[in-house]
Design a protein around this ligand. Sequence first.
Ligand code: BGP
Length: 460
Amino acid sequence: MDVKFPEGFYFGSATSAAQAEGAHTADHKAPDIWDLWFEEEPYKFHGGVGPADTSTFFEHWREDIELLHETGHNSFRTSISWSRLLPDPEGDPNPEAVEFYRNVFGTLRDEGIEPFVNLFHFDMPVALQERGGWESREVVDLYERYARIAFELFGDVVKRWYTFNEPIVHVECGYLQQYHYPCKVDPKAAAQVAYHTALASALAVRACHEVLPDAKIGIVLNLTPAYPRSENPADARAAHIAELFANKSFLDPSVHGAYDPELVELIKKHGLMPVVDETDLAIILDNTVDYLGVNFYQPLRVCARASLPNPEAPFMPTYYYDVYAMPGRRMNPHRGWEIYPHALYDIAINLRDNYGNIEWIVSENGMGVEGEEKFRGSDGAIQDDYRIDFIKEHLTELARGIDEGSNCIGYHLWTFIDCWSWLNAYKNRYGLVELDLETQERRIKKSGRWYKQLAESRGF
Ligand code: BGP
């Protein structure tokens, strides 16, 4: 065997409530921002397919857990829908949601599949967006309340928690780039949202440690190592600043409990300092995560800017760098993302050397492909050898990092069943299991069969 992982290594996959559950208004779930946005501007969603048309995990969870077995999972990440659990964010938990999540998490545990449960995956309840969303301090407090309720309700069966998925994404996409609701271009709000999210994460860590002293709680960050075009000092400086905004902005407060002073200086220089309560920084310092989830899809390549930034334009981190399209880079053309498995090794070493060798897991990695039906084999299953190769290449780099001492405990693929992907809806398929959108029938792909062998032999 060329690549072998340690005993107890987690093999599994990840999904999220809004992308998998469906039943978006059943069981008294209140709307989240995706429901609202689709209602307002359905044409923005690929093929006009919205959040009601997901893979119906809400109905098919038993059958889906069976499929988790058949594809070798010993662990599985999903999230709780805040607006399903607490349709009134200040009210009591929705009993039907409690029953659903208890059934799912309890069954996973009974079946020997470790549940990793995330509290927030881009799905702000509308009732709270109307009160300012992450711009509002009140929402931070209500998030802490929600987290505490979740720990109390499910802590007997869930031992691994996450506070947030990819927090930089709702900051950038919601407040700078218009890929998420509320589609603002407002750097000052973005800074406040980023800061409130880091604070909310620390408050949830504190609550988890109080309510569930034996559980572990982490945060899922999409780490995109910033590589400079060249060793030229101007390119190196561009990469250094890109790294501050893209990665260190959440990595440092989550793991070190404090922001990098250089990032703070840049935020000040651009007049973007958020409103901070006196006691907040101590909360962030005292409540760092127990482990990290790392989503990795693509690196960030940058170079020195070719032109001076417009001083009147709203501030974006690209004030300091240009995104660089490296000649000869390997691309996944369907998603437009570069494929660069070596970055996973670099992440492993960065966490080992600069973040106290914190325990971590690859919490997402995967390949979205459009038009997979054309790869259907004579047995009816999609022959997605490209996905198997993609996973192997990334696991090879990961194993190298582990051999050199990085404390990685598992690998979760994105994703289990083809799922609804925000504005891209069902354009790209990521699953180990194919979903027939018409019939909701599930069919294991070649990669799903291979994944089981991988997990059983802990390598390939
Ligand atoms: C991550 C998100 C997931 C998922 C994945 C695939 O950033 O955490 O929710 O969607 O990316 O990306 P996409 O759906 O945009 O193709």
